[in-house]
Design a protein around this ligand. Sequence first.
Ligand SMILES: *[C@@H]1O[C@H](CO)[C@@H](O)[C@H](O)[C@H]1NC(C)=O
Ligand SMILES: *[C@@H]1O[C@H](CO)[C@@H](O)[C@H](O)[C@H]1NC(C)=O
Ligand SMILES: *[C@@H]1O[C@H](CO)[C@@H](O)[C@H](O)[C@H]1NC(C)=O
Ligand SMILES: *[C@@H]1O[C@H](CO)[C@@H](O)[C@H](O)[C@H]1NC(C)=O
Length: 627
Amino acid sequence: MQVCIFSKEEQLVIILLHFSINVVYSTRFITFLLYESVFLLQMMNKVFGGTVHKKSVREDGVFSVALDNTCSLFRGLQKEELVLLTHGDSVDKVADGFKVVAQSANIVAGIANEQKKLYGTQFHPEVDLTERGMEMLRNFLFEIAGCTSNFTVQNREQVCISEIREKVGKSKVLVLLSGGVDSTVCTALLNKALNQDQVIAVHIDNGFMRKRESQSVEEALTKLGIKLKVVNAAHTFYNGTTTLPISEEDRTPRKRISKTLNMTTNPEEKRKIIGDTFVKVANEVLGEMNLNPEEVFLAQGTLRPDLIESASHIASGKAEVIKTHHNDTELIRKLRDEGKVIEPLKDFHKDEVRALGRELGLPEEIVSRHPFPGPGLSIRVICAEEPYVCKDFAETNNILKIVTDFSASVKKPHALLQRVKLCISDEEEEKLMQITSLHSLNAFLLPIKTVGVQGDCRSYSYVCGVTSKESPHWESLMFLARLIPRMCHTINRVVYIFGSHMKEPPTDITPTFLTKGVLSTLRQADFVAHSILRESGFSSKISQMPVILIPLHFDRDPLQKQPSCRRSVVVRTFITSDFMTGIAAMPGNHIPEEVVLKMVNEIKKIPGISRVMYDLTSKPPGTTEWE
Ligand SMILES: *[C@@H]1O[C@H](CO)[C@@H](O)[C@H](O)[C@H]1NC(C)=O
Ligand SMILES: *[C@@H]1O[C@H](CO)[C@@H](O)[C@H](O)[C@H]1NC(C)=O
Ligand SMILES: *[C@@H]1O[C@H](CO)[C@@H](O)[C@H](O)[C@H]1NC(C)=O
Ligand SMILES: *[C@@H]1O[C@H](CO)[C@@H](O)[C@H](O)[C@H]1NC(C)=O
């Protein structure tokens, strides 16, 4: 992010650069003032009486520049360093009081007025391509600008602790632990800042937690001397209901009671029931505890990106897309209204929270855990009573046939061939020819739906499955996964199906609801996949790895009329740095293929599992989660 503050009167340009700086103590984000490289060098030179001219050719790239390492900015560097230079315009006459401190051939690459503490570079110290750029920035921040490097996790922990003590005083603090990193670290921090009897930690187990998740959080907190109240409410959740409008069109306040959660397949209804049940259970639990609202604060593990995300949604007028947090019990609403909410982690990013957690003595298994949604495994079971087959099913399948058999299709033109060709560029056509003449692939729709984003809208739509005769060629599969949703807007995702080549997918499904058995199958698959990922050492390379249970039973002999009773598992590896967009990890590139194959083999051993798939979809068009 670069923010430019430009003030005409003072002829001063300040660029705020927000980026990660790898300084000795930790990797973290800092926001600071920096005289931005290229633009400001020229601006500054001009303002102080020099001249800048446009050169006939632009040159951009990594160059070796000669540095004056007696200049404070370049102290400790060699006389020649590699930098990323971008020059269209460049300095001709250097302003009075400035000297040239960096030079690339006959181009001025850096100027300085040490007395006024003004520095300009024609290159980018903030990028990795400038090999020793971080040292230049460090010189600027610590030696020249006089900043101190006390923004460490340890120091910030002390600051947080004083703030908590000051705010809470002798009152009590209630914290609802989800089991995730943020609320666990928040609880550990409160515990360090306050007396034991001041911290009331409650964890509601909704029955959608991962294997051993509730126990391991409880154990870790017990070790730190925190008494966690665990409420086992799984049954209440499975049997939970909500109120819904009588029908889509009905705008009156009349409501009907929904089916119980264990009979509900609609994803929005599932979420709503879980939200309502959470409020109900929390109300009961807090009611029994007889807390006096006058003497209680509420602590939340909100992080900086959470605040930025909700602010940017509100700023961009997309406030409605924020999922309603049906978290407001009576007590919590009251505390919120009275401003009695504390958010001790609100200035922290995820990696800093993990570092803080380690500092507070939480085990690695907990602090390095991937983010996990509030409704947990419930949104990772694709529930269905019947197959999802719309009227475009057959035609879309025909398009998929043409795509995966493109090299042969072009020889016997089909009405749909033109449609396919219109969607792809010449290079893509060439690549598709190459892929389909080298590999025997097959692609078809699976009769289930999942969430995606096409254009600006959330949509519930098809999944496309790809199988191959040969072992998977990941780069080609990734290419198809980019191409197919662009061609067929009713396809939100593309998965690779491990196992033998398949001509036709099943057209029916295994009826699937959120029941104990179904959840324990998914819980086991999730456990197996994550254990293998953790053991491989690649856990931190993947931002999140949802494991999804889908109601499809493959490889049934049609003659024997074997009923659909098994289910399949999808592994979705997801890599993101902004949590808004992201890609699927490519086996052999981001994660070793053998790690993925091991997951597949181990998951297949779980009773009731038919096949295992790998989600190849980027976000967009596929969201991180499947519902
Ligand atoms: C760092 O030092 C400054 C100045 O002494 C102080 O105001 C600030 O609170 C310190 N920050 C931390 C995190 O210790
Ligand atoms: C499920 O909830 C309903 C009320 O919503 C209750 O009447 C019923 O007894 C519950 N069933 C079980 C098995 O808990
Ligand atoms: C859902 O739960 C209710 C009450 O606990 C039970 O009677 C019913 O059989 C369950 N339904 C399914 C599909 O498991
Ligand atoms: C409810 O609140 C807890 C604690 O503040 C939070 O961790 C969790 O994500 C929230 N759940 C939902 C469904 O919003």
